[in-house]
Ligand binder design. Structure first.
Ligand code: TRP
Ligand code: SF4
Length: 400
C-alpha cells in the first residue's frame, strides 16, 4: 500500500534442489535488490499436510534456511523468519476466520486437487481447509503488495484479495470517517491538501488513474501523517472506507525450465533431482548415468538431441557454440554421450561450488543461522504488530 513490499513463503518439506534454485531462488535474489523483501519458512503450512510426521518439519526448517543463504539470499537485504515464531499470524488467521464464508474455502481449486493428489493422507481436517486463509493472514499481516508465487498459487492470492476487500468493507467504515478524513487532509498542509483534493475529484469523477497515482505518491511522501491518517486518506481517495488491509498482487514466477535427470520436471517426488548441496562426485555420477537418446545403443549409432534429456540441460547451461557442437556430434555419431555430458557437468559444478561453500560455512556456524532468524523474527513481529493494532481496533477488541 505504501512503498512496495514483497513477501513469500516456502514449506519446509525437503532439501532444496536445482529446480528450486532456477525456479524460485534466483527470482528472490533479484527481488531482494529491488524491494523490501520478507521471506519466511511456512512451518505451519507444512503441518497442515504433515501433522502426523512433525520430525520432517523439524529437520527441514534449519536446512531450508541454510539452502536459502547458500543460494545467496542476503540477510542484510531481506528479512528471513519462521512463521510459527510470529504468532500474530495465528491471531489474524483466527480473526479472519470469523468473516470467511465456508463456501469460499471449499471452492479454492487447490483444496480438492491436493486432497485427491495426497489421497494416502487424511486431509479432511479443519487446518487443511483453512490453508488458504492462513496464507492470507501471512500476506495481509505485512500489508505486502507483491507476492512472488508460481502458477499453482494464484488462486490463493485471488482468495486473499477477496478476503481483504471483504475485511475493509466490513470494518473500514469507522464512525465519523468523512470528518476524520477531512481533518487528515488539512494536516497535509494547504498546498498538498489542495493537490490531494484535485486528484481525488479527478479520480472519482473522471476515473483518472494518473491522478490516483499522484495522490498516492503524495501520501507516501507526506512525512507528518500518522499511519492511521494515511490509511484513511487512501480509503477516502478511492471512495471506500479506511483501508485497513492492503490488497496484494501475485508476482508470477515463470515456470522453471530446469529439467530433471529423467527429462521430466525436476521434483523430489520423481526422484530425479540434484540437491543444492550435492557432493561434486555425486553430481558427476548422476549426470554420467542419466539416460540419453535410446537410439544411441552403440557409440557408432547417431542420435537426435530432441529425444535426449541431456539436451534439456544444454539448453539451460550451454552457449550456442557448445550446442552446435552437440547437435553436429550427436547426429553424426561424432561424439560419445559421456563426452557430450562433460560440459554440463562442468557448468553445474561451477554453479554449485560457491553455493556449497556458503552452505558449509552456515553448517559449521549454526549460531549464525539462529541469529539471522532471531533478527528476522523480531523485525517481522514489529511489522505484524502494527497491523494487528489496527485490526483489533477495527474488530472491537480494544477494551482492557
Ligand atoms: N502455499 C505456498 C506454497 O505452497 C507457501 C506459502 C505459505 C506462501 N504462505 C505464503 C507463499 C504466503 C506466498 C505467500 O508454495
Ligand atoms: Fe544425448 Fe548428447 Fe548422447 Fe546426443 S550425444 S544422445 S545429445 S547425450
Amino acid at each position: 500500500m505504501y512503498s512496495d513490499r514483497v513477501l513469500s513463503g516456502m514449506r519446509p518439506t525437503g532439501r532444496l534442489h536445482l529446480g528450486h534454485y532456477h525456479g524460485v531462488l534466483k527470482n528472490w535474489l533479484r527481488l531482494q535488490n529491488e524491494y523490501q523483501c520478507l521471506f519466511f519458512v511456512a512451518d505451519w503450512h507444512a503441518l497442515t499436510t504433515h501433522y502426523d510426521t512433525p520430525s520432517v518439519i523439524e529437520e527441514n526448517v534449519r536446512d531450508m534456511v541454510i539452502d536459502w543463504l547458500a543460494a545467496g539470499v542476503d540477510p542484510a537485504q531481506a528479512t528471513l523468519f519462521v512463521q510459527s515464531r510470529v504468532t500474530a499470524h495465528a491471531e489474524l488467521h483466527l480473526l479472519l476466520s470469523m468473516m470467511t464464508p465456508l463456501g469460499w474455502l471449499e471452492r479454492v481449486p487447490t483444496y480438492k486437487d491436493q486432497q485427491e493428489k495426497l489421497s494416502e493422507k487424511d486431509l479432511s481436517t479443519y487446518g487443511f481447509l483453512g490453508y488458504p486463509l492462513l496464507q492470507s493472514a501471512d500476506i495481509l499481516i505485512y500489508r505486502a503488495n507483491l507476492v512472488p508465487v508460481g502458477e499453482d498459487q494464484v488462486p490463493h492470492i485471488e482468495f486473499t484479495r477477496e478476503i481483504c476487500r471483504r475485511f475493509n468493507h466490513l470494518y473500514g467504515r469507522e464512525p465519523g470517517f468523512e470528518d476524520k478524513s477531512r481533518a487528515a487532509v488539512k494536516k497535509l498542509g494547504s498546498k498538498k491538501a489542495k493537490l490531494y483534493e484535485e486528484c481525488r475529484t479527478a479520480y472519482q469523477e473522471q476515473g483518472d488513474d494518473e491522478a490516483l497515482a499522484s495522490a498516492k505518491a503524495l501520501l507516501n511522501d507526506a512525512q507528518n501523517l500518522s499511519l492511521n491518517d494515511r490509511e484513511r486518506l487512501y480509503g477516502y481517495l478511492e471512495g471506500s472506507g479506511k483501508m485497513i488491509l492492503a490488497e496484494p498482487e501475485a508476482l508470477l514466477t515463470a515456470a522453471s525450465k530446469m529439467p530433471g535427470l529423467d527429462g521430466q520436471k525436476m521434483s523430489k517426488s520423481y526422484n530425479n533431482t540434484i540437491a543444492l548441496r550435492e557432493d561434486p562426485e555425486i553430481v558427476s555420477k548422476k549426470i554420467r548415468t542419466m539416460p540419453t537418446d535410446p537410439a544411441r545403443v552403440r557409440r557408432t549409432d547417431p542420435g537426435n538431441p530432441a529425444n535426449c534429456p541431456v539436451w534439456q540441460f544444454h539448453l539451460v547451461y550451454s552457449d550456442d557454440s557448445t550446442r552446435q557442437w552437440v547437435t553436429a556430434g550427436c547426429t553424426s555419431a561424432g561424439i560419445g554421450c559421456l563426452e557430450c555430458k562433460q560440459p554440463v557437468i562442468d557448468s553445474i559444478l561451477a554453479e554449485l561450488a560457491p553455493i556449497r561453500e556458503r552452505a558449509q560455512y552456515y553448517e559449521e556456524n549454526p549460531d549464525q543461522v539462529r541469529n539471522i532468524l532471531a533478527d528476522g523474527c523480531e523485525k517481522a513481529q514489529e511489522l505484524a504488530h502494527d497491523t494487528m493494532r489496527d485490526v483489533r481496533e477495527a474488530m472491537g477488541l480494544t477494551f482492557g
